[in-house]
Design a protein around this ligand. Structure first.
Ligand code: SAT
Ligand code: MN
Length: 580
């Protein structure tokens, strides 16, 4: 494993020998470098300028129509033993994986530039930060990494001084989905990715490094790498409380992390620390402290507007890379969910026709630096991170799960996380709208056996003395006619207020076999909210029969992971099942 600059240079040289690029360019994230890249990409059609008056420094990228989402069926964990990867991962023996990759990688960069991207995940000064170097032939990847990570000349100095780094080898290859692989070698600190230029498949710092490789390391080292947003909520009395929340991809993490308080919450402030990934370490005070390893957002565009997410909407009007949105006659970006404007060119660059489907791809994305977010928290740069008071688990559940539910203790909270399930979305290829189990929203991202992962979650109890409380939330419950019962977005702050009160110990709660509920008539702040009483009843209705089926199903799901499922979780499940 290279851990010094010589080894880095050797690795780059060896990789270049295999890929045979026309030239090699070392990147440092500077403005000058961006100017060059941008001009090049405008010339080759990798980028298109958007209206410079209304969207200054905004660009559009169109990916290949077969390359628009993560590909879970082509994503592998390559450990010597299959049981290390677990049934939650596709597995390939390391040697076979290396061989397949080498074959596809040979000569793959002919006529292209090989870019070397040294990057840092986490604040540069943080003891928890980690270095990585991605080699890629995609200038679009360089442009995104410049916004999503910390690229800084100091990184090479740190590597010179002997600091370890995660290696990433990436090529768009020929974009043939049949020759596409996303391979992880946790024991080698290595990621190899070929055949895709899109998001989580190609920006190796994100899901590949900061979740799959980092979750592996976290288990060895006693910390946690989680698919969670980090948000600070500051009531008018002053003190900011931080929450970490796990939701599957495209279920509203970005919206929740940038929430704008509704009218009734005058004086409240919401601060974004992160919208996708949290690295959680135990502080000297026994609390969990979170840093966001990323420095930018790769957010879902459709549905973003001045009402659903005013901060994001404002933020993406400048210095933003759009991927796979439509364009209007005014050369402005357009997407489904915008109340104004008309698409004339669709996400594939064709004249827009309603019969072709949506104008913007449902998984179209914006890339922006976090600092452009009006709600950006300056504590995002705190080396030790922010202290977490509560952990939230949420998904898209049309039925069953109430608006909010508090766990009874850490073990029960971990069980809640294991029970997380959600309707699938366009963020991954495959059928959308099917409810699937997605424990801790980590199904596509945990780099090792889920049974060991749950054991690791439970073990935090022995390491930390002041763990956060755990809650389950569901903004997506529907009535019999498929209408959402809860308005969501900014109004979710009402639920968060209750969660904070519970953390402070200032409100009682109603106990049920599946957890604690608010006494909503008195404890949930419903001032100026237009939700009929029947809808509220339904939002909090606990259907014991349906919950029994849910826990039976979770029990069946667990059996796929036996014998590695911790006994404490099985016992907790059995106890709740009996009580129901
Ligand atoms: O494609 S990404 O993994 O970057 C986004 C997501 O699916 O959450
Ligand atoms: Mn995500």
């Amino acid at each position: 494993m290279p851990d010094s600059f010589e080894q880095l240079s050797d690795w780059v040289e060896r990789t270049a020998q295999k890929a045979q690029p026309e030239r090699v360019q070392w990147c440092d994230g500077s403005e000058q470098e961006w100017e060059g890249l941008k001009q090049e990409m405008l010339k080759t059609g990798h980028l298109h300028t958007l209206n410079p008056e209304t969207f200054p420094e905004c660009y559009l990228h169109r990916s290949h129509p077969d390359d628009v989402a993560r590909v879970e069926h082509l994503t592998y964990i390559c450990t010597p033993r299959q049981e290390e990867a677990g049934p939650n991962n596709r597995w390939m023996p390391p040697q076979e994986a290396h061989e397949r990759f080498e074959t596809l990688f040979a000569g793959c960069m002919k006529g292209r530039t090989l870019y070397v991207i040294p990057y840092c995940m986490g604040p540069l000064q943080s003891p928890w930060s980690q270095l990585g170097v991605e080699i890629t032939d995609s200038p679009y990847v360089v442009a995104n990494m410049r916004l999503m990570t910390r690229m800084d000349p100091v990184i090479l100095k740190r590597i010179h001084a002997g600091e370890n780094f995660v290696r990433g080898e990436h090529s768009v290859g020929n974009l043939n989905p049949e020759q596409r692989y996303i391979l992880h070698f946790p024991q080698e600190n290595l990621i190899q990715s070929i055949g895709s230029g899109y998001g989580g498949n190609a920006l190796l710092s994100k899901k590949c490094h900061s979740l799959r490789i980092a979750s592996w390391q976290a288990r060895q080292e006693g910390w946690m790498a989680e698919h969670m947003l980090i948000v600070g909520v500051q009531p008018p009395d002053g003190e900011t409380y931080y929450l970490a929340a796990a939701f599957p991809s495209a279920c509203g993490k970005t919206n929740l992390s940038m929430l704008v308080p509704p009218e009734t919450f005058r004086g409240w402030k919401v601060w974004t620390v992160g919208d996708d990934i949290a690295w959680l370490h135990i502080g000297a005070d026994g609390r969990l402290w979170a840093v966001n390893p990323e420095a930018g957002y790769f957010g879902v565009v459709p549905g973003t507007n001045a009402k659903t997410n005013p901060n994001a909407y404002q933020m993406i009007h400048r210095q933003t890379i759009y991927t796979n949105v439509a364009v209007t006659a005014e050369n402005e970006p357009w997407w489904e969910g915008l109340p104004q404007g008309q698409p004339v060119v669709d996400w594939q660059g064709r004249p827009y026709q309603a019969t072709h489907g949506p104008a913007a791809h449902p998984n179209s994305r914006f890339t922006t630096r976090s600092r452009l977010n009006p709600a950006w928290s300056p504590h995002s740069e705190d080396p030790q991170g922010v202290p977490i008071s509560a952990i939230l688990f949420g998904g898209r559940r049309p039925h069953l799960v109430p608006l909010v539910l508090e766990s009874k203790n850490w073990i029960h909270g971990v069980l809640m996380g294991c029970g997380l399930a959600s309707e699938t979305t366009a963020a991954a290829s495959g059928k959308t709208g099917v409810v699937r189990r997605d424990p801790m929203a980590m199904l596509p991202f945990c780099g090792y056996h889920f049974g060991d992962y749950w054991t690791h979650w439970l073990s935090m109890q022995d390491r930390a003395t002041r763990l956060p409380r755990i809650f389950q939330v569901n903004w997506f419950r529907q009535d019999r006619n498929g209408r959402y019962l809860w308005p969501g977005y900014g109004e979710n702050l009402r639920v968060i207020q209750w969660i904070l009160e519970r953390c402070k110990g200032t409100v009682p709660a109603r106990e049920t076999p599946v957890g604690y509920l608010p006494e909503f008539e008195c404890d949930l702040n419903l001032g100026n909210l237009d939700v009929p009483p029947e809808a509220l009843q339904e939002l909090f209705f606990i259907d014991a029969e349906a919950w029994k089926r849910e826990y039976d199903d979770l029990g069946n799901f667990f059996s796929e992971y036996s014998p590695r499922v911790p006994a404490a979780l099985q016992e907790q499940l059995a106890a709740i099942r009996r009580e129901l």
